[in-house]
Design a protein around this ligand. Structure first.
Ligand code: MG
Length: 255
């Protein structure tokens, strides 16, 4: 039996190299592994069939308070959207993630006040590594006709990477983030094995092109890494006095 198997393999290899020698395009066709079937949503914003829907507009069941992750997330859910509750602080997913594709929609209220960083400030932490603002933040801010430091504007990796464009819609409109996150990897001794990478698309416009992160976000000083594993996704309740922002339609596909 084995003899026939090897003979068959040899014949196949010979056949393939003969095809290659003849310049046959079939010689370079690959037929497996076959990619899994994923049924897309009606629009690019809708969750595909294999997505984990983190917020469908009805409840915060998949979220907890960051300050105390045994407590529910106490943001306000109404008419299909969730709105930051500044008194409740940051919220994060119950589940932890490593590498993923994420879709999220956010809206700065039309009546927003303030300027610079004090104008609809929130943030998406791609991996929450602890309470408060620990982790890696993609900035959310009203940057439509609002000037601030460029490594802190919408779509920046906060204080680390300037976005390639300002693609903000008018204040009051819904906006989309589509993000691809590759988590950092660490050696057993805690040293960095490979840096985190992120791609950010805002309203269909590329802002971060698979850039390498220098470490976790810090408000003061240079970013650096400290070892961690799979982590929750976190949304920021910023302490500024401007009106709270809203979110809807959040889904993730683990990679
Ligand atoms: Mg922020």
């Amino acid at each position: 039996m084995k003899k026939y198997f090897f003979a068959a393999c040899f014949a196949t290899t010979v056949a393939a190299s003969q095809l290659l020698a003849q310049g046959d395009p079939k010689a370079t066709e690959v037929w497996s592994p076959v990619p899994k079937i994923v049924t897309p949503g009606k629009t690019a914003a809708d969750a595909p069939s294999d997505a984990n829907v983190l917020f469908d507009g009805t409840s915060l069941d998949k979220w907890v308070s960051t300050n105390d992750n045994t407590k529910p997330a106490e943001w306000l859910v109404k008419k299909g959207i969730m709105t930051v509750n500044k008194k409740a602080g940051n919220i994060q997913t119950k589940q932890s993630f490593t590498d993923y594709q994420l879709h999220l929609e956010w809206r700065i209220p039309k009546n927003i006040t303030g300027e610079g960083q004090v104008r609809g400030n929130s943030g998406l932490f791609l991996a929450s590594t602890g309470a408060g603002d620990l982790g890696y933040e993609i900035q959310i801010l009203d940057c439509y006709n609002n000037t601030t430091y460029v490594n802190g504007q919408t779509g920046s990796v906060y204080k680390q990477a300037i976005p390639l464009a300002n693609a903000c819609k008018q204040t009051g409109e819904w906006q989309t983030y589509d993000i691809i996150w590759t988590a950092p990897r660490f050696n057993i001794d805690g040293s960095l094995k490979s840096a985190a990478r992120v791609t950010v698309i805002h309203n269909g416009v590329l802002l971060q092109n698979n850039i390498e992160l220098k470490g976790e976000t810090t408000y003061i000083g240079a970013p650096s890494y400290k070892a961690h594993g799979a982590s929750p996704i976190k949304l920021q309740s910023h302490g500024d006095p401007s009106e709270p922002i809203s979110f809807r339609n959040i889904w993730v596909r683990e990679l």
